[in-house]
Design a protein around this ligand. Structure first.
Ligand SMILES: O=C(O)CCC(=O)C(=O)O
Length: 273
């Protein structure tokens, strides 16, 4: 499976409509990719809290339309990062806004959404403005190359977002639902990038999965983003890693390595529940 991780940089001065257009073109240019991944809240601005209500949209809004079209034109799965989702239903706390990831299939169909469960901000930002997601999401992707020995040719992909990375129990739940890859878009600041790198490796090692993590670059809302998007193997090897600036990481991963790692070192079967 060829993966393209688009570590996007943006500033406060780029209007949202232009950014959507730029990002959709970048996605479409990833020829040969089977899965393209974008960062968290790139359209609304990860730390631009005051802008969120105005930039909120539903899962059929401008970001969804542009990325659905890009996925279909490219013929690849696209994890569109996340949007500030505004829904007609208010939600448990009456706010009606969520930090929601969207995934499109190679026909451009929306095949999954994930509402971020752990809200970041310690009383400000997400906990003040957004609802918390409630559902663990693991999607089935068609594997592009031939299937494994059992004849199966689908891959199970678990979704999480940024701050969720600090909550290992979410990822264990995904593993219990069969996850072989975790896809994690983020707007993780430079100030804590050492923790990001360590936690990505930890989640890969302890769950024996591929981790595909797409962070934001650049500085917006006075917050410098940390970059260091990465793809990590089921044994914790960093297969590709970006630096601080805008960059696309492209590489092939073999999902059979997950099954092989779990067979040769069956640590998950030693869990005591
Ligand atoms: O946990 C962190 O240090 C960063 C989390 C974050 O920025 C987010 O979830 O948006």
């Amino acid at each position: 499976m060829r993966v393209a991780v688009i570590q996007l940089a943006y500033t406060d001065s780029e209007p949202m409509a232009e950014r959507i257009h730029r990002v959709a073109s970048l996605v479409e240019s990833q020829e040969g990719a089977d899965l393209v991944v974008l960062p968290e809240l790139w359209s609304a601005g990860g730390f631009d809290y005051p802008a969120w209500p105005d930039k909120a949209q539903d899962v059929e809004g401008p970001v969804a339309q542009a990325l659905s079209e890009a996925a279909a034109n490219l013929g690849a799965y696209v994890h569109a990062g996340s949007i500030i989702e505004k829904s007609g239903e208010p939600g448990a706390e009456g706010r009606g806004l969520w930090n929601t990831s969207m995934v499109f299939d190679p026909d451009g169909e929306l095949v999954g959404t994930y509402r971020k469960i752990h809200r970041f901000g310690f009383g400000n930002g997400e906990p003040k403005l957004l609802e918390a997601g409630e559902d663990v999401v693991v999607l089935d992707f068609d594997e592009p190359s031939s299937g494994d020995e059992s004849g199966s040719n689908s891959v199970k992909v678990g979704l999480a977002t940024c701050y969720d990375l600090r909550f290992p129990e979410l990822f264990r739940k995904q593993v219990d639902e069969g996850a072989e890859i975790f896809v994690i878009p983020a707007a993780w600041p430079a100030a804590r990038i050492a923790a990001w790198r360590t936690l990505l490796q930890a989640r890969a090692i302890e769950n024996q999965v591929f981790v595909i993590a797409c962070n934001t670059a650049g500085t917006h809302a006075k917050t410098e983003m940390g970059g260091n998007s990465a793809v990590i193997s089921p044994s914790g090897e960093v297969l590709a890693e970006a630096g601080r600036g805008e960059r696309v990481l492209t590489l092939d991963i073999d999902v059979d390595e997950v099954r092989a790692a779990r067979e040769s070192f069956p640590v998950l079967s030693d869990r005591r529940l």
